[in-house]
Design a protein around this ligand. Structure first.
Ligand code: PMT
Length: 222
């Protein structure tokens, strides 16, 4: 049995990108490397939690002590999360889930023909909002990846998705966010916020887990 502030607490977490296939050889993806989510999984284990990680396609080793489930598409990620969410106390959505997928996936490789082609996209389910909306929802933490005004947009997402906390980060800029080893986050909750300045993702993950643990304990004992 592990020791630490989250001893015995069950954490379910998502990390990495999703891939939405267009045909057998092509997909729509994004720049998430999984580094932030994997660092969080490791920090949760260090805090004593039992950690299950639903990972999109990434080139990272599973942190020691973490149970990992690999998925590819947003729909597979949703299924993997929904199959497991009843058995978790804390859910963290760190994955960069595609909001849309191609309406039709071609059976064979799409051939080059006209100069222009259109791809119709349809909305994917919002995994984070679905988890937070469950009648017996776990303590739910989301992320918000924004290219401008991260705290403003994150606050809107926190309220709209009804999550307990949301971590805002700037992406697409020179530093932090996707792919890099460093990131900066602002954690927002109802009535408060804390800025975590640019740091290595493993260090940032530790700070984030300690903040989440504090708020989880407060809610749990309320
Ligand atoms: O993986 P790295 O390279 O280390 O980069 C880390 C990161 C930038 C990917 C990470 O810090 C981060 O911000 N993750 C969330 C990325 C994202 O998709 O943000 P969003 O603002 O589009 O989504 C908001 C929240 O809703 C997220 O918790 C996301 O997991 C969730 N979501 C979004 C769409 C969807 N269909 N289902 C979801 O659950």
């Amino acid at each position: 049995f592990r020791q630490g502030p989250l001893a015995g607490v069950r954490v379910l977490l998502t990390a990495g990108p999703t891939r939405e296939p267009l045909d057998p050889v092509r997909f729509i993806g994004n720049r998430s490397s999984g580094k932030m989510g994997f660092a969080l999984a490791n920090a949760f284990v260090q805090a004593g939690a039992q950690v299950e990680l639903v990972a999109g396609p990434v080139a990272l080793e599973t942190p020691s002590g973490v149970r990992r489930v690999d998925v590819e598409t947003a729909a597979e990620m949703e299924q993997a999360v929904m199959d497991r969410v009843a058995d978790c106390d804390i859910f963290v959505g760190c994955a960069a889930v595609a909001d849309y997928r191609p309406d039709v996936v071609a059976d064979q490789k799409i051939k080059k023909s006209q100069d222009r082609m259109e791809i119709r996209l349809v909305r994917n389910a919002d995994i984070l909002a679905s988890v937070a909306g469950l009648p017996e929802a776990p303590f739910t933490v989301g992320f918000a990846a924004e290219t401008q005004d991260p705290e403003g947009y994150a606050e809107k997402k926190r309220v709209a998705k009804r999550v307990d906390m949301i971590a805002a980060n700037l992406v697409g800029a020179e530093q932090g966010g996707f792919e890099r080893d460093e990131n900066a986050l602002t954690l927002l909750w109802d009535g408060g916020r804390e800025r975590l300045p640019m740091a290595d993702k493993s260090r940032l993950a530790k700070q984030l887990v300690s903040l989440i643990a504090g708020h989880y304990e407060k809610r749990d004992s309320a």
